[in-house]
Design a protein around this ligand. Structure first.
Ligand code: ATP
Length: 137
């Protein structure tokens, strides 16, 4: 697949890291195919993270993701999902490799700066959650 989906999460937006994170993304060879700044509603966040509904951190995850504006974007590159997960690094910034987006910009496991899709199927589903086909293609 050539597409992946990312969100710049509220902590990174409020810390003024939108520009630096987009620079890392474009310097790594991704093309920004679609992008917008939005505020997630609680119901949207609950659906988006529905797979984590039964996890102990679900409520705080939804509260965090709705606490301020986020940037959602569709990124294009060969092997995009795997390439982007390598660029963002481990979910836990303490375990993320140096130079990765989470090592540079994340505050903690829960405030970990960005989201990146974990499969081609999820990338398309997540992109279509926020964008219409004509905005992406
Ligand atoms: P993402 O899906 O955001 O790219 P990920 O695939 O690295 O992250 P997941 O295991 O899918 O990680 O978890 C989704 C999100 O839930 C994480 O990005 C993080 O914000 C939050 N999360 C995961 N594990 C924990 C935890 N133990 N405590 C608090 N928040 C967590």
């Amino acid at each position: 697949g050539n597409l992946t989906f990312t969100m710049i999460k509220p902590g990174a937006v409020s810390n003024e890291y939108i520009g630096p994170i987009l620079s890392k993304i474009t310097e790594a060879g991704f093309r920004i195919a679609a992008m917008k700044m939005i505020k997630l509603r609680t119901a949207q966040a609950e659906v988006f993270y529905g797979i984590h509904r039964d996890r102990p951190f679900f409520k705080s995850l939804v509260e965090f993701m709705t606490s301020g504006p986020i940037v959602v974007a569709v990124l294009e590159k060969e092997n995009a999902v795997e390439a982007y997960r390598a660029l963002i690094g481990n979910t836990n910034p303490e375990e993320a490799k140096s130079g990765t987006i989470r090592k540079l910009f994340a505050e903690s496991v829960s405030k970990n700066a960005v989201h990146g899709s974990d499969s081609d199927e999820n990338a398309l589903n997540e992109a279509m959650f926020f964008f219409s086909r004509s905005e992406i293609f």
